[in-house]
Design a protein around this ligand. Structure first.
Ligand code: SF4
Ligand code: SF4
Length: 103
């Protein structure tokens, strides 16, 4: 069952994710991303928008494949900065893992 967290976007602000609401899912970033992964990084933009925190955590190893080449951010017509969102998601995942270990 998919769990939706309606506060997920605001929760991510402290990790530097503050532009995902600008995304209108055009797919330009996925077309230019050198990883050729399914829907990468647009899929993660959508996950953030709909609050699919569980999907982000399930895909944590995939998130770390991002090369931070910046092609997605420079080609985004909405200024949604998908490359920076991916970086922020890495920070979020690492912080979650650190907190889980300390519990
Ligand atoms: S992040 Fe930008 S390029 Fe990618 S789907 Fe959203 S609006 Fe389009
Ligand atoms: S920054 Fe990451 S998500 Fe964006 S195009 Fe490069 S590898 Fe793909």
């Amino acid at each position: 069952m998919r769990v939706i967290n309606p506060n997920f976007e605001s929760k991510l602000i402290k990790y530097g994710v503050d532009s995902s609401n600008m995304c209108f899912n055009c797919g330009t970033c996925s077309a230019i991303c050198p990883l050729f992964e399914h829907g990468f990084p647009r899929r993660f933009m959508r996950y953030v928008q709909i609050g699919a925190e569980d999907e982000i955590l399930k895909s944590k190893m995939e998130i770390f494949k991002c090369l931070h080449c910046g092609l997605c951010t420079s080609s985004c017509p909405r200024g949604a900065s998908p490359g920076e969102v991916m970086l922020g998601l890495k920070r979020f995942v690492l912080d979650k893992m650190r907190r889980d270990v300390n519990v």
